[in-house]
Design a protein around this ligand. Sequence first.
Ligand code: F6R
Length: 326
Amino acid sequence: MYRNPYLSWYELALKSLNYSVLGKARTKDFKKVVLTGMGGSGIICDAIYTVLFSNSEVPVSVVKGFQPPKWVDSETLVCGISYSGNTVETISVVLKSMELGAEVCAVASGGKLLEIARSKNLPHVIVDGGLLPRVAFPQLLIATIKILDVYGIKVCDNLGEIIDVLKERSIADYISKELADFLKESLPVIISNNEMYPLALRFKDELNENAKMIAKVEVIPEWAHNDIVGWELPINLEVLRALIIWSDDPIIEFASNYLREVGVKTYIFKLLGYGVLSKVLYGSLVAGLTTTYLAELRGIKADETKSIDEYKKFLSSIKGRFKVFY
Ligand code: F6R
């Protein structure tokens, strides 16, 4: 019988706790960090960035594109994450960073990125293949935390503890069915604070890829400096639904009341888990389940992402003609 792959997240995460870091770090002496990846792999960069934003002594940046920042040099650690290992943007940043003398490490299940890491004996983790990148979220997260640990970057003290929340699948499943019903036929507006931004973005991405829906993300307090005004005049609210990623924050409460008063239907999504990463994992489990249920309700295949394939084909057709590529 078909089993929703998100329901296996706890077992997948548990298995990933055994991943080991291969290769050898050339130096552990760096002053800046770049995390790079796209889509389902790139979201790992956002989740880790959010934790390091409050914990790390060294500055951390996320790159989602072809170019490393100008300041990448021999005192920079660059971590490339690509589930397939063949994402052109990620490989491009990794290769260019190597040219600039950066210390590079990688997380992949195969492909060119793994080839580069192996041939240069760079620190790398090989994650289990055969999944959609977005379904491999727990593996990619754990692998990246492990590789950063080699460099003394502590993202989390106890990996076993953060994945525990994934056992709550029956609660997650119940909420997901409720949420799928709430969001069907809508244009979801996802609202979070800065700490839960990776989850808000992940929810949007899952709505896009699994449910083939358009969604937007708004983050407080920035939301209150622009988007808030857009709701002042009467608009057709029929299609809009606000998904509020709840946190104990008076501004989230303000935003939620504001939208309700304007007439938008809102859903308060309360997260299980302790700390950023377990909340993001739990929220992502709900996002995965919700969007696969939405795909079912919409009569479409959750696992197909034809337009991404088309974009990737387009990229390889123009590769070699532009300097931005590797
Ligand atoms: C998610 C998905 C995409 C990819 C992205 C990058 O399931 O298919 O968002 O994650 O195109 O590819 P990878 O992750 O292989 O580097």
